[in-house]
Design a protein around this ligand. Structure first.
Ligand code: ZNH
Length: 150
């Protein structure tokens, strides 16, 4: 699915990703798709919260592991996939927008927010090639996180 060229571009652009992009993507997720907050009732979701910052780092670190394992994402993310399917029970068809918008994959929503954060911070470095490759990569990660659901 990811071409050799995609993989190269992903690895290059990922070097510019900072740990705090994660918290920013989460804040964007919670503002843009407020229903996603229901999965974090135990978190302080105010701007600058330590919990969100720490969780953001965990998400970025998981994605960094994925970037190092582009040839076997399912294996690399197996534990995380189990966690989301069996423990966290994030509904992969969680409705992203209110008002009868099309159901979209919840995991894809965070992926989308993450891409916006990358675009904001990387500017011109987030080239169309990088955008296309990162989109494919995050879609693949979202698919792995959703694959254990029945
Ligand atoms: Zn998730 C957790 C990743 C999406 C919800 N996550 C988590 C973690 C990680 C992740 C790394 C940690 C784990 C441990 O600790 O071991 N996610 C992730 C990724 C993604 C996601 C990569 C995509 C792309 N999630 C998601 C979503 C949601 C979620 C969409 C909903 C909305 N998670 C979650 C929760 C948790 C997690 C709830 C738990 C938290 C705490 O801490 O409690």
């Amino acid at each position: 699915m990811l071409t050799a060229e995609n993989k190269k571009v992903i690895q290059q652009v990922w070097e510019k990703v900072k740990e705090d992009f994660g918290a920013e993507a989460l804040e964007r997720l919670f503002c843009t798709y407020p229903q996603t907050k229901t999965y974090f009732p135990h978190f302080d979701l105010k701007h600058g919260s330590d919990q969100v910052r720490n969780h953001g780092k965990k998400v970025v670190n998981a994605l960094s592991t994925a970037v190092k394992n582009l040839d076997n994402l399912s294996q690399a993310l197996a534990e995380l996939s189990n966690l989301h399917a069996y423990n966290l029970r994030v509904d992969p068809e969680h409705r992203g927008c209110s008002g009868g918008a099309e159901p979209r994959f919840a995991f894809q929503l965070l992926a989308q927010c993450f891409q916006v954060v990358m675009a904001v911070h990387l500017g011109k470095d987030y080239t169309p090639e990088a955008h296309a490759a990162i989109d494919k990569f995050l879609t693949a990660v979202a698919a792995v996180l959703a694959e254990k659901y029945r």
